[in-house]
Design a protein around this ligand. Structure first.
Ligand SMILES: C[S@@+](CC[C@H](N)C(=O)[O-])C[C@H]1O[C@@H](n2cnc3c(N)ncnc32)[C@H](O)[C@@H]1O
Length: 358
């Protein structure tokens, strides 16, 4: 998914630094999970992962990419969807269920289609795609409440609906605004393409909760990875459409506000976006965690200045030391709208801080 601060491209850098610091697999807390890209990579390297984020769509991705470990045979769904029944293996059945959600059901003029397509005055999706997303999410909801799919399959397919919707969203990458002419990606057909779960014997857990609250509950662990928002942009306002798809619109009280159809985000506004509150939020997180190592991804233009961030990390460190790693590489066009990056002419820098906490 297109996501501000997505660390997919930083994974090998992160892995290289962890090897250099001799941080061996154990229990990790990916505290600001977002797309769950980091938690998923840690899981694939043998870590047991606890991940957390305030947003429901992130919880869905954590469940799909970090917690789910096997693919179900979908026996109950096979009894009502012939294409699933005809598929032989569990992965083929998952694909058949996803294809059914993409094109096997009639488009639906439900709440989502009425509000996020041109019919509702919001050009986030073409009319056809808005109705297909509505239908896929509604049918998946029914499958889940009728226990035709287990929890893991539900989250794997829901993550695929969120990612499929993002591929055809008529935006510049975030949902703070829609574009007034249809973009080429928005004209493509919405499709549900599930990712097979990463298998692991290590147990992982997803949390839709504040990073510090989860850190306090976890007790002693090996690694805390901190990748917070670093400027005033609240994710709740930038990703309300995936948030609505994740939550569903099946209760009667969903209210939309304004031109873009914002939803209630009372408990999802983050202190890390505030210049005044962010330094204390970092101090509290470091005081709450029982992690041996902390790694922090941040940006020199973030609301916590570099010197202050280093000072906070050094104060929390067992040896009063902190280290900063920088990855430089040539800037290319697609980088211009990426977060978490420092630009100097044609060069881009990714920053990673480390401290040993016990
Ligand atoms: C830079 S993004 C993380 C990106 C993620 N590492 C990835 O690769 O996709 C920051 C995330 O922090 C989350 N967030 C903000 N405040 C939070 C808090 N207090 N506790 C947990 N998550 C929070 C946001 O919802 C957002 O998903």
């Amino acid at each position: 998914m297109r996501y501000l601060g997505n660390k997919t491209k930083l994974l090998s850098f992160l892995d290289g630094k962890m090897k250099r610091l001799e941080i061996a697999p154990g229990v990790a807390h990916d505290a600001f999970a977002g797309t769950a890209a980091v938690g998923r990579a840690l899981k694939a390297s043998g870590w047991s992962v606890h991940s957390s984020d305030l947003m429901t769509y992130s919880y869905v991705m954590q469940r799909a990419y970090v917690v789910a470990s096997t693919v179900d045979q979908l026996e109950r769904l096979a009894q009502v969807v012939p294409a699933v029944c005809r598929a032989a293996t569990a992965p083929e059945r998952l694909t058949a269920a996803a294809e059914y959600l993409s094109t096997g059901i009639a488009p639906n003029d439900g709440f989502f289609a009425r509000n996020f397509g041109p019919a509702g005055g919001r050009m986030y999706f073409t009319d056809e795609n808005a109705r297909r997303i509505d239908a896929a999410r509604t049918v998946l909801h029914d499958w889940h409440i009728e226990s035709l799919v287990d929890d893991d399959t539900f989250y794997v397919l829901l993550a695929a609906i969120i990612e499929g919707a993002d591929r055809v969203a008529n935006t510049a990458g975030v949902y703070a605004a829609f574009i007034k002419q249809w973009q080429p990606n928005a004209r493509r057909n919405f499709a549900v393409i599930p990712e097979l779960p990463v298998h692991s014997t290590a147990h992982s857990v997803a949390h839709r909760a504040d990073a510090t609250e989860v850190a306090a509950r976890l007790g002693e662990i090996d690694l805390l990875y901190v990748d917070p928002p670093y400027n005033s942009r609240q994710y709740a306002g930038y990703y309300h459409v995936p948030e609505l798809i994740a939550r569903g619109w099946f209760a009667d009280d969903v209210a939309l506000r304004g031109k873009t159809g914002l939803i209630d985000d009372g408990e999802q506004r983050s202190a890390w976006c505030s210049k005044r509150q962010a330094p204390d939020a970092l101090r509290s997180l470091l005081a709450a965690t029982g992690a041996a190592h902390v790694l922090v991804s941040y940006n020199t233009e973030g609301v916590i200045p570099d010197r202050e961030l280093r000072g906070i990390l050094a104060d929390a460190a067992v040896d009063h030391l902190q280290k900063r790693f920088t990855k430089r590489y040539k800037r290319y066009r697609a980088d211009s709208d990426h977060e978490g990056r420092r630009y100097k002419g044609d060069e881009v820098s990714e920053l990673l801080y480390h401290a040993r906490l016990r």
